[in-house]
Design a protein around this ligand. Structure first.
Ligand code: 4NP
Length: 147
């Protein structure tokens, strides 16, 4: 089973949103989320993101708390997916040289951070669109026999 991890700065707004939206679309992959920083370590998913889950009836783990990406995650996951350009740039700095090929951008445009914009709805639309595109890509890669 392919292993995916979505990454944002705090692991309380965007990456948990992507984790549970993607989980609501497929059970074919192991999916988790992490932070590049330790700023929110141990803190729960932001109320705004939880509000989106409730509004759109997306199942999620209420007890999930922020976790920073670590060396073992770079080893364990196949796709390490940064939600914005600065997350990808931070990941490139943190990731061992031989594992850099596992780092991807979630979408061609950065997903806006609702921590700053306050607009969880806009972020949700972008996350939904991006997760659909990732699902298509992963299914196509399987069909093409890449894994
Ligand atoms: P996230 O949003 O990276 O989408 O989880 C943020 C959460 C917390 C902070 C910044 C962004 N912060 O500065 O603590």
């Amino acid at each position: 089973m392919k292993k995916l991890v979505f990454i944002c700065l705090g692991n309380i707004c965007r990456s948990p949103m992507a984790e549970f939206v993607m989980k609501s679309m497929t059970s074919d992959y192991q999916i988790e989320s992490r932070a590049t920083s330790s700023w929110e370590h141990g803190n729960p998913i932001h109320k705004g993101t939880q509000g989106i889950f409730q509004q759109y009836q997306i199942p999620y783990e209420k007890g999930k708390t922020s976790l920073q990406i670590g060396r073992e995650d770079f080893e364990a996951f196949d796709y390490i997916i940064g939600m914005d350009a600065s997350n990808v740039s931070d990941l490139r700095q943190m990731c061992p040289a031989d594992l850099q090929h596992k780092i991807y951008s979630f979408a061609s445009e950065s997903v806006p951070d609702p921590w700053y914009t306050g607009d969880f709805e806009e972020t949700y639309l972008r996350v939904q669109e991006g997760c659909r595109a990732w699902l298509e890509r992963l299914e196509k890669e399987s069909e093409d026999g890449k894994s």
